[in-house]
Design a binder for this molecule. Structure first.
Ligand code: SF4
Length: 419
């Protein structure tokens, strides 16, 4: 077996200048220092009080850079995207990382790895069967899994040990959800407590799924209806009749907090209908596992959109759940919100390119720039979006509005240069 490491190599100070050079933005620092506002005459920019990189993503980026320094001659791999932001993943490719899975995979298989190779596990964790295969190859493992994700693992393992089925509110294909569910039905050699028995699980994607689950629990729908609805979202051998008598709810850390609470209440009421208040209290466990960074960014966004804005841009990877949810949250409050990946999406004042959640692809959107002046634009960003990428968006907006930005020290190289 190779080594396993989850903590810093003590090289934080050594890698910091390089990380700041690529990911920081003097302009964004300036906006932070000026009450999160930038008034440029014809263009007014407003940022939420919490945005961009969270502690978990910062730690993953730092550990990946430290790993490069600690193993200067080793082949370096990631099991998948380290976080859901293209700029960050491209940066790691530049450092020599290769990807075993996901959109950046280069076809290298686990069978081709050996004890001299180093494999980094991403911030949202990796599935335990995959880790088992890597251990069999004897590779050196460096784990950047965020502590907030591991808190969810702990919760679902408690559910499994106590004979409760985990109902997780999340996206079934999201790496974090898959990694979490694997902790409910597999042993994890790096966690202190043994699981004992395989836990059952069900993935609840949204409110519609919560209602369908509630109908079964309350005895209004049969097992076949449930199986059809949750095809691909049930643990192997799932038996609705026995596996839904005792349920523990958790959620992917980056879900909309309000939706998670609604899911819990819908399921709770179904247990009360079926078993009464007392029965529900012993058969249902609830845990809100939205992480603090996601919660802070959602709260800050709500405060931002309390002010009148002409529109809101939310900057982040299109597969970033927390970024997608920020845009969704703003829209549910009547704000014209567009999820863009980078400054290049702001083609000109006629057209921007943004993520269309229904079509599941980037789409051109004509007529986005308001006809009046001054224009007031909010700019928010998901927890995996570096400041440099946000700064590029601010600069592009200033360019489109034909206004000058404050003169600051030279902007770091930024991520645009890597795109
Ligand atoms: S979004 Fe939350 S769970 Fe994910 S890395 Fe950041 S702090 Fe951790």
């Amino acid at each position: 077996m190779g080594s396993f490491r989850r903590i810093s190599f003590g090289l934080k100070q050594a890698v910091r200048p390089e990380i700041e050079k690529v990911f920081a933005s003097r302009l964004v620092d300036h906006v932070r220092e000026h009450d999160f506002r930038l008034d440029l005459g014809a263009l007014q920019l407003r940022l939420p009080r919490r945005f961009g990189l969270c502690h978990g993503v910062e730690r993953a980026i730092q550990l990946a850079h430290e790993t490069r320094l600690h193993f200067p001659d080793a082949r370096l791999f990631l099991t998948d995207e380290i976080v859901h932001n293209p700029a960050v993943n491209r940066r790691l490719q530049q450092l020599g990382y290769r990807y075993l899975g996901g959109g950046y995979a280069d076809g290298t298989t686990i069978d081709a790895l050996g004890p001299d190779d180093v494999v980094v596990l991403p911030a949202f964790g990796a599935e335990t069967p995959l880790i088992d295969r890597l251990r069999e190859r004897g590779v050196q493992l460096v784990d950047t899994t965020c502590g907030e994700v591991m808190t969810v693992w702990k919760r679902v393992r408690e559910y499994a040990r106590d004979g409760f089925t985990t109902a997780i509110h999340g996206a079934p294909q999201h790496q974090e959800t898959r990694a979490t569910l694997s902790r409910a039905d597999h042993e994890d050699p790096f966690l202190p407590q043994r699981l004992g028995a395989r836990g059952a699980w069900i993935v609840v994607r949204d409110i519609g799924d919560a209602r369908a689950l509630a109908r079964f629990i309350a005895g209004r729908d049969g097992a076949e209806t449930l199986r059809e609805r949750f095809d691909g979202c049930l643990s192997p051998g799932f038996d609705p009749a026995s596996d839904l008598r005792r349920v523990g709810i958790a959620n992917q850390t980056t879900m909309l907090a309000g939706e998670t609470l609604k899911v819990q209440e819908i399921v709770r009421l179904a247990f009360v209908e079926r078993y009464g208040e007392q029965g529900a209290a012993t058969r249902l466990r609830l845990a809100d596992t939205v992480c603090s960074a996601t919660q802070d960014r959602q709260d800050a966004l709500l405060a931002l959109i309390d002010e009148p804005l002409d529109l809101l841009l939310v900057v982040g990877g299109y597969n970033s759940a927390n970024t997608t949810h920020l845009a969704e949250l703003a829209r549910t409050h009547g704000v014209a919100a567009f999820h863009i990946e980078a400054a290049q999406c702001l083609h000109d004042r006629r057209t921007l390119h943004s993520w269309d959640a229904a079509a599941r692809r980037e789409m051109p959107l004509p007529g986005w720039w308001p006809a009046h002046a001054p224009v007031c634009i909010g700019v928010a960003a998901g927890a995996s979006t570096p400041d440099a990428r946000i700064g590029e968006v601010l600069l592009r907006l200033a360019q489109l509005a034909d206004v000058a930005v404050p003169t600051l020290d030279a902007e770091p190289a930024g991520v645009a240069a890597m795109s």
